[in-house]
Design a protein around this ligand. Structure first.
Ligand code: UT7
Length: 320
């Protein structure tokens, strides 16, 4: 007995920034960005706080599941950095929805939601939770270097949430890491002003070796899909819907090509949202759930890769 998805929600910042808008202050173009990544636009935080979006997406997911915050007995939040280091974003969401459940943030970069699903699975299997709220919120616009055209054009901001409840639904989960601290690196600002700090401060913004990430992503997503399907006793053709991390359409195509999957099964929103790190698959799930794409019994495969370097795949049956 593990869990099924009982409700979903998402919230995006109001401000939409197009590739043409970026070309006003960066040496780039819609043609370069779209042909290399599939991105046209992304949402960017201006007047909103990240926790406002996280709370809104959680409230929508709870309403969709038909439950109140007091019924939640575990809150997990996939984020690389909330508005505050403490309280965690998960605690802030818990306070807003009226929950006293154990709450903590999980940083597994873009794979964070899949890590949260697997942590929730462990709580359910151990009998320690019956209802979990999994939230993800990322403010990528506050983490990238806006003078580095090779990274800042790729990302967007947003938040999403899902309620998972005890029951049959999760079929498989496969997480893996290929530790590498240089391919994607985002130093934090701890110790910036400490008079005792003797370690030279790293550049504050994100660094990424795009080509290396590309190679890792294609291999990792391919093997995580194969392993998760094997665990569930399925073949990739048995999956009804693929929800891949929305980093780059070319990466998604290349990692799925060998499975010869019908492209209409591969869900995308990268053109409108860019890469929202962990939050991408959550917003994708909510968008297609609300469109009525999924039917009871459909098999959904989540697959993602990110900094760490982390990767994973989770398969669930849609039960609503
Ligand atoms: O969640 C994990 C996130 N990470 C990723 O998803 C990254 C995965 N990697 C990628 O998506 C691709 O490697 C990129 C989209 C980042 C880059 O595509 P690419 O085809 O590998 O381009 P490149 O890095 O080889 O750069 C080609 C050229 C370079 O110019 P030169 O050296 O050939 O003169 C870059 O300076 O394109 C230049 N360039 C740009 N030009 C216009 C880099 N960024 C831009 C830009 N606009 N935004």
């Amino acid at each position: 007995m593990s869990f099924y998805i009982a409700g979903t929600g998402s919230a995006l910042p109001e401000k939409v920034v197009s590739n043409d808008d970026l070309a006003q202050f960066l040496d780039t173009s819609d043609e370069w960005i779209f042909t290399r990544t599939g991105i046209h636009r992304r949402h960017v935080l201006t007047h909103e706080r990240l926790d406002e979006l996280a709370i809104r997406s959680a409230q929508i997911a709870l309403q969709d599941a038909g439950i109140g915050g007091e019924e939640v007995d575990l809150i997990l939040c996939a984020t690389m950095r909330g508005d505050t280091f403490t309280p965690s974003l998960a605690c802030t969401v818990g306070e807003a929805v009226g929950s006293h459940a154990p709450s903590f943030d999980v940083n597994a970069a873009c794979v964070g939601v899949l890590y949260c699903m697997e942590i929730a699975d462990s709580f359910f299997v151990a009998g320690k939770a019956k209802t979990a709220l999994i939230v993800s919120a990322e403010a990528m616009s506050k983490l990238v270097d806006w003078t580095d055209r090779s990274t800042c054009v790729l990302f967007g901001d947003g938040a999403g949430a899902m309620v998972v409840r005890a029951g049959e639904g999760r079929l498989a989960g496969e997480l893996s890491t290929r530790p590498d601290s240089h391919v994607i690196r985002m130093p934090n600002i701890e110790g910036l002003n400490s008079p005792y700090n003797r370690i030279e401060q790293e550049k504050l913004a994100m660094y990424m070796d795009g080509g290396e990430v590309y190679k890792f992503a294609v291999n990792a997503m391919g093997s995580n899909i194969a392993e998760a399907c094997a665990q569930a006793g399925l073949t990739p053709a048995d999956i009804d819907w693929y929800l891949p991390h929305q980093a780059n359409v070319r990466i998604i195509d290349a990692s799925l090509r060998k499975f010869k999957i019908d492209k209409s099964k591969v869900l995308l929103n990268i053109a409108e949202c860019g890469n929202m790190s962990a939050t991408s698959v959550m917003v994708l799930l909510d968008e297609y759930a609300k469109k009525g794409t999924f039917h009871k019994g459909d098999k959904l495969l989540f697959v993602a890769f990110g900094g760490g370097l982390t990767s994973g795949a989770v398969i669930v049956t849609w039960q609503k």
